[in-house]
Design a protein around this ligand. Structure first.
Ligand code: MD3
Ligand code: FE
Length: 203
């Protein structure tokens, strides 16, 4: 338990190097079909420093009108690519009791990119966990409680690490403070990819 949150499970090096390489190849094929797009903040239009794509029946997007899940890519208008077996299998192994995942958000961080402290609450179902997979350079990750003012603690997410956010951790504030350049050889040009698997709708 971290911050007394029994719902947070940290699984360091869940994927070995070969599995990371295979997963990266799978993600590259997805991004070839559904290119990374540049999300912007609702109302202000301020660009995120993180670029995104998705796979699965639904994908998370953010534009001037708000945050939401939608079935098609915001630029190409095509449906998101299917969720690969490697990810449906991960969900089945780590969240066997939950309904199947509907969205995998793919975040791409160049060195210098960050993600401010936020909650993930655009889903209709908070009983299912969020499962995170990190690939590439190590990130410093911050997680707090369910109130923005709650104390936070910081730890590192390295390539191959998996985090399961369930129970009381599901609505915890969290963010990425920084990417530590040169900490992984997985991505030729550096940077970090994070995958988050989500159940979006109630059953
Ligand atoms: C803790 N992504 O996409 S993943 C996000 O590394 C997001 O790209 C970060 O936050 C990233 O929304 C962090 C780990 C994570 C995901 C969801 C959580 C941690 C969480 C939900 C609740 C608490
Ligand atoms: Fe998040």
């Amino acid at each position: 338990p971290i911050n007394g949150q029994t719902g947070l499970a940290y699984l360091p090096e869940y994927f070995d190097r070969k599995a990371q390489e295979d997963l990266l190849e799978t993600i590259r094929a997805i991004v070839a079909e559904a290119p990374l797009f540049q999300p912007v903040m609702p109302r202000t239009g301020k660009p995120f420093s993180v670029k995104m794509s998705n796979c699965g029946p639904l994908g998370w997007v953010s534009d001037i009108n708000g945050y939401r899940y939608q079935p098609a890519h915001p630029v190409t208008g095509r449906p998101w690519p299917a969720m690969p077996e490697a990810l449906t299998g991960l969900w089945a192994a780590l969240a066997p009791e939950a309904s199947p995942p509907q969205a995998c958000l793919i975040n791409f961080y160049e060195p210098g990119a960050r993600m401010g402290l936020h909650q993930d609450r655009d889903e209709d179902m908070f009983t299912a966990p969020v499962i995170s997979v990190s690939l590439g350079d190590t990130a410093t990750f911050r997680v707090g409680g369910t109130a923005r003012k709650d104390p936070t603690r910081s730890f590192r997410l390295a390539s191959g690490d998996v985090v399961v956010l369930g129970g009381d951790a599901r609505l915890a504030y969290h963010g990425i403070d920084r990417i530590l350049p040169g900490t992984s050889t997985l991505l030729k040009n550096g940077g970090r990819i994070n995958l988050t698997l989500r159940r979006v709708t109630a059953d």
